[in-house]
Write a protein that binds this ligand. Structure first.
Ligand code: G3D
Ligand code: MG
Length: 188
């Protein structure tokens, strides 16, 4: 089995507190825990998936950490992105309204058209019959998740992965992933 030379970068964006880091943690490490707030920067986690033909595809998940209002940092964060998960909190209407702003920022900074998957997270906290009323524009696929109870977390990531590669994938990882934190200094 060969790993293709290139990595495919996918990013998680969305308001702080929506659950981006928790989703990565649940998806990759099968853990839900209180997250230690690291310094400003980005957490990068490789994740290998098998295609139906046996080839391995190497995705790399980029998750901004700490405060993210430094525009220059954010602009760099988008470079080379092939797909984005846009996470909002089902219990927080502002985070849902801001989905449009995140899509706009991503469009402005990614040089090409990329697939988006919207993720409404924290389904364990809400009555979904109520929140379905404010489900987002049908133009983007939407997955309702709970990083806490691990509801639909794999579906969210694999929907994006499959949209990016334009084919189906086996839901399998061939080795435990390790997250690397790259910190950012504002005067850099
Ligand atoms: P972010 O990376 O988007 O900023 P985090 O968000 O992953 O740091 O999550 C923010 C807070 O929401 C965390 O709580 C986390 O535990 C909680 N959270 C994330 N996903 C879920 C979920 O699916 N269900 C519930 N109930 N809580 C969730 P704290 O208390 O550490 O701030
Ligand atoms: Mg985070």
């Amino acid at each position: 089995m060969e790993v293709e030379g290139t990595s495919i970068k996918v990013i998680l964006i969305g308001d702080g507190g929506a659950g981006k880091t928790s989703l990565v943690n649940q998806f990759v490490h099968r853990k839900f825990s209180s997250i230690y707030k690291t310094t400003i920067g980005v957490d990068i986690t490789p994740y290998h998936v098998l295609k139906e033909n046996g080839d391995t595809v190497r995705f790399v998940l980029w998750d901004m950490s700490g405060q993210t209002h430094f525009e220059r940092f954010r602009t760099r964060f988008y470079t080379g992105t092939s797909g984005a998960l846009i996470v909002y909190d089902l219990t927080n209407a502002t985070s849902f309204r801001n989905v449009q702003n995140w899509i706009k920022e991503c469009r402005d900074n990614c040089r090409r058209n990329i697939p988006y998957v919207l993720v409404g997270n924290k389904s364990d906290l809400v009555d979904l019959k109520v929140t379905q009323n404010h489900s987002p524009a049908a133009e983007y696929p939407t997955v309702i998740t709970s990083a806490k109870s691990n509801q639909n977390v794999d579906n969210a990531f694999f929907s994006l992965f499959e949209a990016v590669i334009g084919g189906s994938l086996e839901k399998k990882q061939d080795q435990p992933a390790k997250t690397t934190h790259i910190s950012y200094s504002s005067d850099d």
